[in-house]
Design a protein around this ligand. Structure first.
Ligand SMILES: [Zn+2]
Ligand SMILES: [Zn+2]
Length: 344
């Protein structure tokens, strides 16, 4: 192991205050079997939350033809998609998993709640899984690598679906005490996590209530529930899961990583910039994932806004020397046109 690599790990540990980086350093470390197991009720709930929104998407086309879709439905869907998707990318992922910036207390609570509205589980559970993904990315121990069944077409097909959704049903759960002890110490985040059923209810019912009030009709409530609750949640889910499946199979690899993460341009807008996944695995604590010219990253834009308002501090913007060291071919950054925010 090189000194530079050790320094990276030490830095990551200092930033996130836990030992997952050390586990990553020791590739020979045994897989963690110490996880709690998923209960039957939990499995049933996961099955429900995976299948119902997906069925809604399948029904969307005939539903739209038969019953129509109003502007209120479209507007509510976009607003709730933007809030819950960015809650995941900015809150769950960049702030809580990787410590790429420090939110003040109101922002911290707001982005934790916004992320909960995506119905991808309580924040500490999500963070533990994702840190384990980084610790073992595409190696034994990764909770959702599409390569877990080998490189044959059959294996990859199986692995792709496992990485996309199948892993959610894995009986072995990532131990939160091991991977996210810092979150368990944060009273606000523990409280937001405990109230998860409430955020699920809000996420499902608030669009319907608003749709009903805005159109002053029961039908408005029903169509808003269909589009802005069910279809929107399915879209958020499959966008997040595509980062685990699509972005670990396809994409460009301008930066060095120890895994198969790729930059996938067509997912950039939907995923709020998270599909620049190759850079993310190369420099996990960086607050901007779309660092090359023209790479859309709305999450980074919002973090910029929060920083400008004084709500976010210690933002870890990309630095040219750091990025340059990570480029696969040593081309100058001037020709690769990196967006460097370290110099204002
Ligand atoms: Zn990944
Ligand atoms: Zn990550």
């Amino acid at each position: 192991m090189t000194h530079a690599h050790l320094a990276d790990i030490a830095e990551e540990q200092a930033l996130t205050g836990h030992a997952y980086a050390a586990a990553r350093a020791d590739a020979s470390a045994p897989m963690f079997h110490g996880g709690q197991t998923q209960t039957r009720t939990e499995r049933l709930l996961v099955a429900l939350f995976v299948s119902v929104p997906l069925l809604a998407v399948l029904a969307a086309v005939p539903f739209a033809w038969g019953w129509g879709i109003g502007w209120v439905d479209v507007a509510l869907s976009i607003v709730f998609f933007a809030i819950s998707a960015h809650g995941i990318t900015i809150g769950y992922h960049r702030a809580f998993t990787h410590g790429s910036f420090t939110p003040n207390r109101p922002l911290k609570i707001a982005i934790a709640i916004a992320g909960s509205l995506a119905i991808e589980g309580p924040v500490a559970r999500w963070v533990a899984d994702h840190r384990k993904h980084h610790a073992f990315s595409d190696a034994d121990g990764d909770p959702h690598s599409p390569w877990r069944y080998g490189e044959s077409t059959r294996g990859l097909l199986k692995g792709f679906f496992y990485a996309h959704t199948g892993w959610l049903f894995d009986l072995e759960q990532t131990p939160i005490e091991k991977y996210a002890p810092d979150l368990l110490k944060d009273k606000d985040l523990v409280r937001v996590s405990r109230l998860f059923p409430l955020w699920v209810a809000v996420s499902l019912l608030l669009p319907a209530i608003l749709g009903g009030l805005l159109t002053w009709s029961w039908m408005g409530a029903v169509t808003a529930y269909f589009w802005a609750s069910l279809v929107r949640i399915a879209l958020v889910h499959h966008t997040t899961w595509s980062i685990n499946s699509v972005c670990h199979v396809w994409g460009k690899h301008p930066f060095k990583t120890r895994d198969r993460s790729g930059n996938v341009a067509w997912l950039a807008i939907l995923s709020g910039g998270e599909s620049w996944h190759n850079l993310h695995h190369s420099d996990p604590t960086c607050a901007r994932h779309g660092v090359l010219k023209g790479q859309i990253d709305t999450s980074a834009r919002l973090i910029e806004f929060f920083e400008w308002r004084g709500w976010a501090t210690e933002v870890r913007w990309p630095k040219s020397d750091r990025l340059e060291a990570r480029l696969v071919t040593h081309t100058s950054l001037a020709t690769t046109a990196v967006r460097d925010s370290s110099t204002p």
